[in-house]
Design a protein. Structure first.
Length: 344
């Protein structure tokens, strides 16, 4: 129970059990035409954009930063990809789609480099630096699409979000991204250096750690992952919607990181916890749809559940509970000796 993943995993399992009890078909998985279908499979597919954004947000938060621009980067990435595909003579050409994806990710990388420049070199507060791109990014996306919602019919592009290789292709994308980030951060010195910068930037600098480069790379990685999420989102709706793409996703990503046990104060972080946190959020959304919660009331329902989950994970609550259990045991242990004294 002391493991940082215990309560997030317990919460996820509890949500799955509640849904399974309420509707037995929730946990059922069927195979049709060589593809797996079911509510759990849908959760794995639909969580792809939030999962990618949250992985990047985890790295940024570990450096004691924050990235509020991920939703805008998603909008720009989708707009760039859809504009290139829409302007081509053959939208179904795989080469055209690959070119559009690469260009969109390069633009996303440049936006991340810009954020890193503001934070690491100019020393601007992360929340202010990324707020600039958060506000300006959607305007840039609207300029790219000329103020319209760009739509395309491209089978290779649609495959990114709706395609299946037994499991949804989007699921393989976020699993690959999680594996790359995990190997980079946990199987190299980069993860330790990232935590060192987040715990004490000045001490890490004096120890010879190039904190500026680490912070810069964190924002660049966050933007690239957000760019991939923007491509998946645009592929799913077959359009580039600068206003709706990634709306409020930065808040959900921060929430997923916190639910996974990563502190907003920086330092120690848990990528596995972030993955579990995203799955918790996606399962909650699926639960609300099943319960028929109106869209206007869903934020209240979501907030209540999240507050309960956060309180359950509170270290202070755990300490109070442990102290209460210890005192109760001490009282029970003292009772026999008191009874013996009275008899004597």
């Amino acid at each position: 129970m002391k493991h940082r993943l215990f309560w997030p995993v317990a919460t996820l399992v509890m949500l799955i059990l509640i849904n399974t009890i309420a509707r037995s078909q929730f946990a059922s998985i069927t195979v049709r035409d060589g593809r797996l279908y079911g509510a759990l499979i849908d959760i794995l597919r639909q969580s792809a954009p939030l999962m990618l954004v949250s992985l990047g947000m985890t790295i940024v938060i570990a450096t004691r930063g924050i990235d509020l621009s991920v939703g805008a980067v998603m909008a720009v990435s989708g707009a760039v990809a859809l504009t290139i595909i829409d302007g081509s003579t053959d939208p179904n050409n795989v080469g055209v789609v690959m070119l559009a994806v690469v260009v969109a990710l390069v633009i996303s990388l440049l936006l991340g480099v810009w954020n890193g420049f503001l934070v690491s070199l100019l020393g601007i507060q992360p929340i202010i630096a990324t707020l600039v791109l958060m506000l300006a990014g959607r305007g840039v996306a609207l300029l790219i699409t000329e103020g319209f919602i760009t739509t395309v019919n491209s089978t290779p592009f649609e495959f990114i979000s709706t395609g299946y290789l037994l499991l949804p292709f989007a699921f393989f994308i976020w699993v690959a991204a999680a594996a790359v980030v995990g190997l980079t951060e946990r199987r190299s010195a980069l993860g330790v250096l990232t935590e060192a910068v987040g715990i004490n930037p000045e001490a890490s600098r004096l120890a010879g750690v190039r904190s500026r480069g680490i912070i810069w790379s964190a924002y660049a990685a966050s933007a690239v992952l957000a760019g991939i999420a923007g491509i998946i989102y645009a592929s799913n709706i077959k359009a580039a919607d600068a206003n709706a793409a990634g709306q409020f996703i930065e808040l959900y990503a921060i929430l997923a990181v916190v639910l996974g046990g990563t502190s907003l104060m920086g330092g120690k972080f848990s990528l596995a916890g972030t993955v579990v946190g995203v799955l918790i959020i996606q399962t909650l959304e699926s639960t609300m749809l099943f319960l028929g919660v109106p869209s206007a009331e869903s934020p209240v329902f979501f907030a209540v559940v999240v507050v309960v989950v956060v309180v359950i994970q509170s270290p202070r609550l755990h300490r109070v509970a442990r102290d209460f259990v210890r005192s109760a045991r001490a009282r029970r242990a003292a009772e026999p000796s008191l009874d013996a004294e009275v008899v004597g």
